[in-house]
Design a protein around this ligand. Structure first.
Ligand code: G
Ligand code: G
Ligand code: MN
Ligand code: NA
Length: 248
């Protein structure tokens, strides 16, 4: 309760900010980042999004927070020509009437082509059974936005999600990636997930590349993109342009 109240005033008190984590393409030198929201609470310090996003969803703040995130991320993104960007969406945003209009308005305001944006959705609130969200996603895809299934491999609906929507990209949850060195079974699971994704024409991002030893196995399994602390932690907006100039 208290957290939800504090979150409400976090906007005007400028406690929220966006950070950006690079996504490495295996096949070419495309420059891409994933936008991630951060909240620095005056007493609690950094509150993780895994705590405050659900709080925002419970308290009716998610649409407003989601709009703040899109506005801020696209404003930053407009300063980085030639890049792509991924943005995480809550299912509640997709169910909201004004969502598509808001997103398109922001793209127009900052002269951003929809094809430069990936919209990441999770299966956590089961988009599958949510006709409204699926219709919106489909319309956005027809407008040129690319759609990514985030946290792939964690929910029980994983397999059927592959059938219920034409995703452009699957993001393999880091739990599928991080124990690749130790466990032969996890190699088998990873390879099966990649095979399935590639069969439906989707790119595959391996998340949680925290160490160089994970690169070989994910590449040889057919992952098209790698993301994780080994390449970079999420970085501040001001650091993004320089990061690519120096590291790509
Ligand atoms: O940033 P971090 O890796 O701690 O993110 C933890 C979780 O919070 C992830 O599941 C991520 O998808 C979610 N998250 C982070 N930033 C955003 C955001 O801007 N919007 C939404 N909806 N979720 C986010
Ligand atoms: O669910 P989603 O993929 O949106 O979550 C992204 C979250 O994963 C971010 O909070 C980010 O900080 C975290 N993350 C990114 N790379 C790594 C990594 O290599 N190791 C770990 N433990 N977390 C990571
Ligand atoms: Mn994500
Ligand atoms: Na994820």
């Amino acid at each position: 309760r208290a957290l939800e109240k504090d979150l409400e005033s976090a906007f005007e008190k400028q406690q929220l900010r966006m950070v950006y984590q690079p996504i490495h393409s295996v096949e070419d030198d495309t420059r891409e980042v994933e936008a991630l929201v951060r909240w620095k609470h005056p007493e609690l310090g950094e509150v993780p999004p895994s705590t405050f996003i659900p709080a925002a969803e419970r308290s009716g703040l998610m649409v407003r927070l989601g709009e703040w995130i899109i506005q801020r991320a696209l404003q930053d993104f407009a300063r980085w020509p030639g890049m792509d960007m991924s943005i995480n969406l809550s299912p509640l945003q997709l169910q909201h009437d004004g969502f598509s209009t808001f997103l398109l308005d922001c793209c127009n305001r900052y002269h951003i082509a929809p094809s430069r944006l990936f919209l990441e959705v999770t299966e956590s609130l089961s988009i599958e059974r949510n006709t409204r969200a699926l219709l919106t996603l489909n319309m956005l895809r027809n407008l040129g936005f690319r759609i990514a299934l985030d946290d792939f491999g964690t929910g029980y609906s994983s397999l059927s999600m592959v059938k219920s929507f034409k995703f452009d990209r699957m993001k393999l949850d880091r739990s599928l990636v991080m124990d690749l060195g130790q466990d032969p079974a996890s190699v088998a699971v990873l390879e099966a997930a990649v095979t399935m994704a590639r069969h439906v024409g989707a790119e595959v991002v391996a998340e949680g590349i925290s160490d160089a030893h994970l690169i070989g196995a994910t590449k040889s399994a057919g992952c098209t993109h790698l993301q994780g602390y080994f390449y970079s932690r999420p970085i501040e907006a001001d650091e993004v342009f320089g990061y690519f100039e120096n590291n790509w």
